[in-house]
Ligand binder design. Structure first.
Ligand code: ATP
Ligand code: MG
Ligand code: MG
Length: 565
């Protein structure tokens, strides 16, 4: 794996190492909530956390943050495990579920109560909210704030025992109702919630809040650097307060984990919000969670994007402390870079037009050799049958060439790549005036790889597939899901009252299904095998729909950026 370049997080860790805070130990975690599929944004966090630990010889934990019973499911746990391993990371023995810590979390809450650092509040939610104050006004104490430790312990125990209705009481940290940081105004840390949890079932009817649970999870696992997105910056004082209070109460030993925030990935021409992704799937705008157009990691995998491409992307965009937008072309270029290196070359004709070599004997055929990779001779060569009738791209012929057109037109010579030089002698049309075949003569002494080949200087170099041996197969041409950089954003000229739905910015051409002519060697493609289709782009054999001997291909990315202005 590429090691992370210098970034501010790495610098902070180095500083901690110099100071000897954790005696040089570095332990990070990736803590997804199993309530949905991972997306490109998560890939940034995964790469960051794993690469950081790897760089310092430490380890990164995969921890399911499953403290919220309602929305979490085993299906998502499995999908997340698959996605992180697909990206190429190994958490070793460090696979954890926050729900396994419920008992410890409960004990932590008890320890806080005993130290006078937490109390049971019985105010209705709206009254509690009213007492919270605002950014400019301090909050005021709840009348229950002065409950005795004994009463609090008793009530909290009975909350756990199921003696009260949902919402009847909450447990709050006792910090400071006048703090300028609203997160320190006695935040709720436990609530009563009768819900079935995907792992603990009905065992609990009280659940910790995320802001309470997360620091404890980190401390239990001896995390050194807890890296999270910027919106948690205001929570850091509570994170530190809580762990210090628990360390003082003997629950944890110092040094305690340190929270560090970074800017989340914002990527244009797509949406990375779970809510919007769910809407796209539920309303059928895409073909499910693994639709190659969705920015999910299962979608990316099906599209033929590569783990190496994602790691390169994470490295290239780096990490920063302020929000910014990354252009989709950066991600696409990373995929191209890796695929250019990794993918073998093949030939496919996507929009076929017949080419007839009139002086090539009827029924004859021969083999042309083509390298599997121009820069890697060790990948060998393959043979492509050459016959009198071939398929070429419709756009490679013009009856009346426009200026600068160097491909086939009457009288012009081009090379059929890996084969012969041919000269266009004419064409045929149907009654509607559509060209149905192009006619040409080949030069028998011009075959690529033979001494005569060098005598021919041509400007056009076309790909082709034998009309006898090539075969038709389904190819899906995927493109960006949205044709606007900021889906749903207002545009110049929008009426003030107009609310633009992000759905209005869906790209109507994001998926095109065609029947292409493929060279025979492609029949053997295995699911997920990736290729460059010469002159077209990178394609992958679909991992779901491909059948033995009949792969179906998805376009991962075009050869060049077609969106550049
Ligand atoms: P939600 O808050 O809607 O549940 P989430 O995207 O925060 O969604 P989590 O499962 O909580 O989902 O995220 C797991 C980890 O991935 C967190 O550490 C989070 O900071 C990180 N993460 C999520 N989205 C991004 C993003 N766009 N860029 C970078 N990291 C992200
Ligand atoms: Mg979440
Ligand atoms: Mg989150």
């Amino acid at each position: 794996h590429p090691s992370p370049g210098s970034n501010f997080i790495r610098n902070l860790v180095e500083e901690d190492n110099r100071k000897g805070t954790w005696s040089g130990r570095v332990e990070t975690r990736f803590p997804p909530e199993p309530n949905g599929y991972l997306h490109y944004g998560h890939a940034k966090s995964i790469c960051l956390n794993f690469a950081l630990a790897e760089h310092f010889g430490g380890e990164c934990h995969l921890r399911f943050d499953d403290t919220n019973p309602e929305k979490e499911e085993q299906e998502y746990v499995d999908a997340i495990i698959d996605a992180v391993s697909w990206l190429g990371y190994d958490w070793g023995k460090h696979l954890y579920f926050a729900s396994d810590y419920f008992e410890t979390m409960y004990q932590c809450a008890v320890a806080l109560i005993e130290a006078g650092n937490a109390y049971v509040d019985s105010l209705p939610a709206d009254e509690m909210r009213a007492l919270r104050g605002t950014l400019t006004e301090p909050g005021s104490d709840s009348p229950y704030r002065s409950r005795s430790v004994e009463d609090n312990l008793d009530l909290f125990r009975r909350m756990r025992a199921g003696e009260f209705a949902d919402g009847a009481h909450v447990l709050r940290a006792k910090i400071d109702m006048a703090s300028p940081n609203l997160n320190l105004r006695d935040p709720v840390i436990y609530r009563i919630r009768r819900a079935t949890h995907h792992r603990t079932g009905e065992r609990w009817c009280i659940y910790p809040l995320y802001t309470f649970a997360h620091p404890i999870e980190d401390a239990i696992e001896n995390i050194t650097h807890s890296i999270c997105t910027l919106e948690f910056e205001d929570q850091r004082p509570f994170y530190d307060w809580l762990l210090a209070a628990l360390a003082d109460a003997g629950m944890f030993e110092r040094p305690l984990p340190r929270q560090i925030e970074f800017a989340r990935l914002n990527l244009n021409y797509t949406v990375l919000s779970k809510r919007r992704l769910i809407q796209l799937v539920d309303e059928g705008h895409v073909d499910g969670w693994d639709d190659p157009r969705l920015p999910t990691l299962i979608g990316a995998r099906r599209r033929g994007f590569t783990p190496e491409g994602f790691r390169l992307f994470a490295e290239r965009i780096g990490v920063s402390k302020s929000d910014s937008w990354i252009d989709m072309s950066v991600l696409e270029e990373c995929m191209r870079e890796h695929l250019n290196e990794a993918a073998e070359r093949r030939v496919a004709v996507l929009d076929p037009l017949k080419l007839v070599i009139t002086n090539y004997p009827q029924g004859s055929e021969e083999l042309c050799e083509a390298p599997n990779h121009p820069l890697k001779p060790e990948l060998g060569r393959r043979e492509m049958p050459f016959t009198r009738e071939l398929w070429i791209e419709r756009e490679d012929f013009m009856e009346e060439p426009v200026k600068g057109f160097r491909r086939l037109f009457p009288g012009n010579q081009v090379r059929l790549r890996y084969g012969y030089v041919v000269r266009c002698t004419g064409y045929e049309k149907d009654e509607a005036g559509n060209v149905t075949a192009v006619l040409a003569e080949y030069m028998p002494d011009s075959k690529s790889g033979t001494p005569g080949a060098d005598n021919y200087k041509v400007k056009g170099n076309l790909h082709w597939v034998s009309a006898v041996h090539g075969y038709r197969a389904q190819v899906r041409l995927y493109d960006r899901l949205f044709d606007q950089p900021h889906p749903g954003a207002r545009r110049e000229g929008d009426a003030p009252e107009l609310e633009r739905s992000f759905l209005k910015d869906l790209n109507p051409n994001s998926k095109q299904v065609i029947e292409a002519w493929l060279e025979p060697a492609l029949r053997r493609a295995q699911p997920e095998e990736r290729f460059q289709f010469e002159r077209h782009g990178y394609f992958v054999a679909d991992r779901i729909d491909s059948r033995d001997g009949a792969p179906v291909f998805n376009r991962s990315v075009t050869l060049k950026d077609s969106w550049a202005k």
